[in-house]
Design a protein around this ligand. Structure first.
Ligand SMILES: [Zn+2]
Length: 424
């Protein structure tokens, strides 16, 4: 019984400490009274915890904005903020065509960043070597003891418990690659892996605490298309974590064959390869003259080039972008009808199309979604679109400092899926 009591008091102490850290993080700089209000803890408990966290260097006191009365009385009130630099996180984002690696502090502020292009047909071993090299370079002068762990964003199907990339449509040589254990073995740090689309949502959840009061849909446009749902602060995880495949929502049952075996999936209209194939067809028919000139001059045919020309006023490229937006709009309208979210966030590598594509999506939603359901739904482009899964990978690790422990069977909560091998 005695052990149990000790265990319980330690647990309560951990819960209270993380509650305080979390309350400070989402409101900082903040007053102790606000922390008490948010957590429901007694002022004396707050004082003890805050003093201890200041001693440990995890919290610090900062001057509040100047108040004339307070200055006269000689007692400027002090506020609290998290000292993000007390811990660091390594984040890795593996995409079919590039690797991104960042070192951030515990508040996800970037300390260093590296990026390298890769060939999506590369074998896993040389790519893993390059990831390790970048991680070692970027750790630089940071003491290894200050690094909480490594968060890894992966495309395709994963086994998050064992840290394995099972398969990725766009990386055909990656089959059952134990990327988590490989990074753990060489970096000697805990490693957690997650799908990129879900990390884009996790970053949203981290940076917008108000999401606890609403349902948010995040559509992620990268090599493929995925979505994640944050429902009142909880990240939705379907059976075996296989949810989010909006790219294989059938838009046209008589459409083109998709790589998944079905026909007319969203990805056959809006994936990078679908956009390029569409442009090639138009060029063969004597259209997209400006695009053809740029390609003849040596530029590769990419969706980004098409988006840039569309923004510059090229009509044919503008029509391609409008069509991408239209098909995305159909998918978004279907999701709005199904889920009635408060907000839809478009994330991914569409920075160069920005407002053009957003307007096309909005127009299609206006004509396809049910009027009562779509009214008031905000559709917007995400901030940090390109780096969002990378920052989500950092959040996957950094949240351990702030989040409350959850029951092991809380399968809706992403943070429970810790890569266990890293602890052994
Ligand atoms: Zn498909």
């Amino acid at each position: 019984m005695a052990e149990s009591k000790i265990g319980n008091s330690e647990l309560i102490s951990t819960l209270n400490t993380r509650l305080v850290l979390q309350a400070v993080r989402v409101t900082q700089p903040t007053f102790r009274a606000e922390v008490a209000r948010r957590t429901g803890l007694k002022p004396a408990t707050i004082t003890n915890i805050v003093n201890s966290l200041i001693e440990q260097g995890m919290l610090r006191e900062v001057a509040s904005p100047v108040d004339v009365d307070e200055v006269r009385s000689g007692r400027p009130p002090l506020m609290l903020e998290v000292n993000g630099d007390v811990k660091h996180v390594l984040a890795v984002d593996l995409e079919p065509d590039r690797i991104r690696v960042a070192l951030t502090n515990a508040l996800l502020e970037e300390v260093d960043y590296r990026e390298q292009l890769i060939d999506r047909f590369s074998k896993p071993d040389p790519v893993c070597d390059r990831i390790l090299k970048l991680c070692n370079e970027i750790q630089g002068s940071i003491s290894r003891g200050n690094v909480l762990g490594v968060g890894v964003s992966l495309p395709g199907l994963i086994d998050r418990e064992r840290g394995i990339l099972i398969s990725s449509t766009n990386m055909p040589k990656w089959q059952n690659v134990p990327i988590g254990p490989i990074l753990h073995r060489h970096l000697k740090l805990p490693v957690r892996v997650e799908r990129s689309v879900r990390l884009a949502a996790l970053y949203e959840q981290w940076s917008n605490p108000h999401l606890t009061r609403q349902t948010t849909l995040i559509i992620s446009l990268r090599t493929g298309v995925g979505f994640s749902l944050i429902d009142h602060g909880q990240l939705y995880v379907g059976n075996a974590g296989l949810d989010g495949e909006i790219g294989h929502m059938v838009i046209d049952i008589t459409g083109r064959q998709c790589e998944c075996g079905s026909r007319g999936c969203l990805e056959t209209f809006v994936s990078a390869s679908a956009i390029c194939t569409h442009a090639e067809d138009l060029m063969k028919r004597g259209r997209c003259k400006l695009l053809k000139e740029r390609i003849r001059a040596g530029e590769p045919l990419t969706p980004e080039l098409i988006y840039i020309l569309a923004r510059g006023g090229d009509r044919d490229c503008g029509k391609i972008v409008a069509e991408v937006g239209r098909y995305l709009g159909i998918a978004v309208a279907n999701m709005i009808n199904l889920l009635a979210p408060h907000e839809v966030i478009i994330s991914g590598a569409i920075d160069v199309a920005d407002e053009l594509i957003l307007q096309a999506i909005q127009n299609q939603v206006n004509s396809s979604a049910l009027p009562r359901t779509r009214v008031g739904v905000i559709i917007r482009l995400a901030r940090e679109r390109e780096k969002r899964p990378l920052l989500g990978a950092a959040a996957l690790v950094a949240q351990e400092m702030f989040e409350l422990p959850k029951l092991a069977q809380g399968a809706h909560v992403l943070r429970n899926h810790q890569y266990m091998a890293a602890r052994r």
